[in-house]
Design a protein around this ligand. Structure first.
Ligand code: ZN
Length: 206
C-alpha cells in the first residue's frame, strides 16, 4: 500500500514540477519580449534559470505543500489500513477509502499549486526583465498591476498605494515588497509578490 502512496506522490510531484518550469519560462519569455527592442530575439534559458526553478520547486510554499501532501497522504493511508485491518473490512471497500483519501489530498494540493503558479510566473517575469536589462545595459522602471477591490488584502492595498506612477527600479520594488510583507507577517521567499492571489502581475512602466 505504501507503494501506491509513493507512486501518487511521485506523479503529482513531477506534474507540479513541470508546471513550475513552464510557468517560470513563460513569465521570463513574456517579460523579455516586452522589453524595448528585444521582442524579436528569443529568450535563452540558462543555468541561473534552472537554479531558480529548482528552488521554486523544492522550497517556498509549493515545496512545503508537496512535503505536507506526502506526509498527510501517508498518515491518512495508514489510518485507513489500520482501521480496515482492525474491523475486518473487505479489501474492495478499503481500496475505495484509500482512493478517496488520495483524491482529497490531491485536490488540496492542486488548489495550492494553482494559486502558487502565478507567483512562479512573476518570478519568471522578474528574471526576464533582469536579463533584458543586463543585455541592453539599461535600467527600466516597473510596477505591479494589482486588482484593487474589496477582496484585496491590506498588504496589497498598501503596496499598490506606495508604488509611484512612474514605477520603480526592480531592486527597489523587490525591497518594497519585502518591507510591506514583513509588516503584514508574510514570510516571503524569492521575489514574491506578497502572496499569490491570481491578481498581481509585474509590468514595465514606459
Ligand atoms: Zn494580497
Amino acid at each position: 500500500m505504501s507503494e501506491i502512496t509513493l507512486m501518487i506522490s511521485k506523479q503529482l510531484r513531477e506534474a507540479i514540477e513541470d508546471d513550475v518550469t513552464d510557468a517560470y519560462l513563460n513569465g521570463a519569455r513574456s517579460a523579455y519580449a516586452d522589453s524595448p527592442g528585444l521582442g524579436k530575439q528569443s529568450y535563452t534559458r540558462d543555468e541561473f534559470d534552472f537554479e531558480d526553478i529548482r528552488i521554486l520547486q523544492t522550497s517556498g510554499p509549493l515545496g512545503l505543500a508537496l512535503g505536507n501532501f506526502e506526509q498527510e497522504l501517508n498518515t491518512e493511508m495508514n489510518k485507513v489500513i489500520f482501521e480496515a485491518a482492525a474491523l475486518n473490512v473487505p479489501i474492495t471497500s478499503m481500496v475505495d477509502q484509500v482512493r478517496g483519501v488520495a483524491n482529497t489530498q490531491a485536490w488540496k494540493l492542486g488548489r495550492i499549486a494553482r494559486t502558487e503558479m502565478l507567483n512562479v510566473f512573476n518570478e519568471g517575469r522578474f528574471r526576464g526583465y533582469a536579463k533584458a536589462e543586463d543585455l541592453l545595459e539599461k535600467r527600466f522602471k516597473y510596477s505591479l498591476q494589482i486588482i484593487n477591490d474589496n477582496r484585496t488584502c491590506g498588504a496589497h492595498q498598501e503596496l499598490s498605494g506606495r508604488i509611484p506612477a512612474g514605477g520603480m527600479f526592480l531592486d527597489d520594488l523587490i525591497e518594497l515588497q519585502q518591507t510591506i510583507g514583513a509588516k503584514y507577517n508574510f514570510r516571503l521567499t524569492g521575489k514574491a509578490l506578497l502572496h499569490p492571489n491570481q491578481r498581481t502581475v509585474l509590468v514595465m512602466v514606459r
